[in-house]
Design a binder for this molecule. Structure first.
Ligand code: AMP
Ligand code: MG
Length: 316
């Protein structure tokens, strides 16, 4: 058994826990380990500050208000927006990072630390979609063409997990857990592939267990973050852009991918697409996943059925 170092903190509305296995043999190793974990932590705080729609002065919020201007973007904001737009395109708009105002009006309008309600200033154009946001790869600018509220809630956490994992890569064996969205590097303290339980969307039990190394595992579930929904029926936090209401196409989607940003966003996209189109999206991008429907039917990619059983994780 290898001793582990664990650091937990709060960011992006959840508890983030970083674990490094071993590397605690002497003061020098422990100092290296601690400073890598500090840099990993800083990525979460930095990306949250940049990409939150809950702070009117964040880079994301300021971008949303500069309609028609090609705004130079920081590396992290550019990467998150560029990737979100690519997923929007790939999913035929089932994934759409411009639904901030709909999120707000359904009750997802409170900063998680202060509890303060936000109301974005912009008057929003009706029918604005991801197609109204354009990135310029050469100039690294982003143009919001019509008034809308950007929401990077389905990519920012994945991006932060990936940046944290990059800091921890020299330690080989580590885990980043951001409220159940994970990156698992190498092996656990027992020298085995990491064992990850996938929650049943309706019962307090697991629906699946996978054994993994060097992969991200992200889940989108309808049981998280039930909104106040402004007097209407309460809804969950994944919206179908066509109806601008909570999507009923799935109960939970788990995606395994080499990068957490990919797993995070594709889980949200597949959730809205539902089992048939969702599985097609995952397979087209060469990632594995499990989709559970509201009536608890399970749909899995072929790899999900065979590649992550105990003892098989190393054979991939
Ligand atoms: P996740 O928990 O990763 O599925 O992400 C859900 C978050 O993504 C929500 O809290 C919103 O911030 C945002 N979101 C909701 N619906 C969508 C959608 N259809 N496309 C893109 N982002 C969305
Ligand atoms: Mg997600």
């Amino acid at each position: 058994m290898n001793e582990s170092y664990v650091h937990s903190f709060s960011a992006m509305g959840t508890v983030v826990s970083i674990q490094v296995v071993g590397h605690g043999a002497n003061d020098h190793q422990r100092a290296d380990r601690q400073s890598a974990v500090e840099r990993a932590t800083e990525w979460f705080l930095d990306i949250e500050r940049t990409c939150t729609r809950f702070d009117p002065s964040s880079e994301l919020s300021r971008l949303s208000t500069r309609v028609g201007e090609a705004v130079p973007a920081s590396a992290m904001l550019f990467e998150a927006v560029r990737f979100a737009l690519a997923v929007a395109r790939e999913s035929d708009g089932a994934f759409d990072p411009t639904m901030g105002r709909s999120m707000e009006s359904l009750g997802f309008d409170r900063e998680h630390r202060t509890g303060e309600p936000v109301r974005s200033a912009a008057v929003v154009a009706t029918g604005a979609t991801w197609r109204d946001v354009v990135v310029d790869e050469d100039d690294r600018t982003i143009t919001v063409r019509r008034p809308l509220v950007l929401d990077l809630g389905a990519v920012a956490k994945g991006l932060a997990i990936d940046m944290a994992a990059r800091e921890l890569a020299p330690f080989v064996n580590f885990a980043v857990d951001a409220g159940g969205d994970l990156y698992l590097g190498g092996c656990n303290a027992s020298g085995e592939p990491w064992s990850v339980g996938i929650r049943h969307p309706r019962e307090p039990e697991l629906i699946e267990r996978v054994f993994v190394s060097d992969i991200a595992v992200c889940t989108s579930g309808d049981y998280e973050r039930i909104g106040r929904a402004g007097g209407d029926e309460p809804g969950h936090h994944i919206l179908d852009p066509q109806t601008r209401r909570s999507s009923a196409a799935a109960a939970s989607v788990t995606v395994l991918a080499p990068a957490a940003m990919v797993a995070d966003a594709l889980a949200t996209a597949a959730f809205v697409l539902g089992p048939a189109r969702g599985l097609a999206l995952l397979e087209r991008h060469g990632v594995d996943g499990l989709i559970v429907t509201p009536d608890l039917e399970r749909f899995t990619t072929p790899g999900m059925r065979s590649d992550y059983k105990a003892g098989h994780a190393h054979e991939r």
